[in-house]
Ligand binder design. Structure first.
Ligand SMILES: [Zn+2]
Ligand SMILES: [Zn+2]
Length: 279
């Protein structure tokens, strides 16, 4: 197995979907798994892909929308109960408060496990929290053998794209975003771009007379990409392959693939849960 690749854990969206778990992926760097986002079902998807949840010692959050963090409480307490002894989490401002609220919600449960069962609080009560400045920049995590940089993208809350650079190889995660220059710059020449492509034509049919659907689409175009736009970003950034993700239920995969392929000369992959994307 290559030493630098992506494992898709969840390629879904806020809408529950039997085929797709909530947004999450692992960047594997020399056997060190780095989790990016932690949507619903992430811990179970780690188990399904034979990554021990307790082996994840670094989690990066693109943003704190519910669909990207629903799985964090389970991961935080579950990974600790399996024996995790250290954890660093990285994300936008508000991450510390979000983390502390979860500890607070489960305070009685945690007190019981620590004080009555005698489990060490390490890996749960001493989590290292890094909040990224709003303008992004380098993220220093010396124990991961890759450079990690962040850039703000355009969503409806503070959101970052991430670039993992290992030698001359690069993997980029777009985060939830509409098309924006900062993402094109971040993804320049990358091998793999994992790209928000939520606004599929098959879901948001242009001919639909549903006024509510139209209204929602008018809002979403300012904060997500279509498969076509995913292809355009990939083409402009000159990446080798683009992986369409954040897919809503009833997305027509063939159509999404074709729309992205028309705009992009490289390789288009429609993301599926538990797929490995190699360089
Ligand atoms: Zn979002
Ligand atoms: Zn999302």
């Amino acid at each position: 197995m290559q030493s630098f690749y992506v494992r898709l854990l969840g390629t879904g969206s806020p809408k529950p979907n039997r085929e797709r778990s909530g947004p999450a992926q692992v960047i594997m760097v020399d056997e060190t798994p780095v989790l990016v986002d932690c949507g619903e079902g992430t811990t179970r998807q780690l188990l399904n892909s034979e990554i021990n949840p307790e082996d994840i010692k670094h989690v990066l959050f693109t943003h704190l929308h519910s669909d990207h963090v629903f799985g964090y409480a389970h991961f935080l307490l579950g990974g600790w109960s399996l024996g995790r002894k250290e954890l660093t989490i990285v994300g936008p401002k508000g991450l510390k408060e979000f983390h502390e609220k979860i500890l607070d919600i489960f305070k009685e449960d945690i007190d019981y496990r620590v004080n009555t069962l005698g489990i060490s609080g390490n890996g749960l009560l001493d989590v290292n929290i890094i909040e990224i400045p709003d303008d992004g920049g380098e993220i220093e995590i010396p124990e991961i053998n890759t450079e990690i940089s962040s850039a703000p993208v355009v969503h409806n809350v503070t959101t970052f794209g991430f670039r993992f650079q290992k030698g001359d190889q690069a993997i980029v995660i777009s985060g939830d975003t509409c098309p924006v220059d900062s993402l094109v710059t971040l993804a320049k020449g990358a091998d793999i771009l994992i790209q928000d492509a939520a606004i599929a034509t098959s879901v948001f049919n242009a001919e639909s007379t549903d006024a509510n659907l139209k209204k929602i689409k008018d809002i979403l175009v300012k904060e997500h990409c279509s498969p076509k736009q995913a292809g355009e970003i990939a083409e402009e950034a000159g990446v080798k392959s683009v992986v369409l993700t954040h897919l809503l239920p009833n997305t027509n995969e063939t159509e999404a693939f074709q729309e992205a392929s028309k705009a992009f000369n490289g390789k288009v992959i429609v993301g599926r849960d538990l797929d490995d994307i190699t360089i």
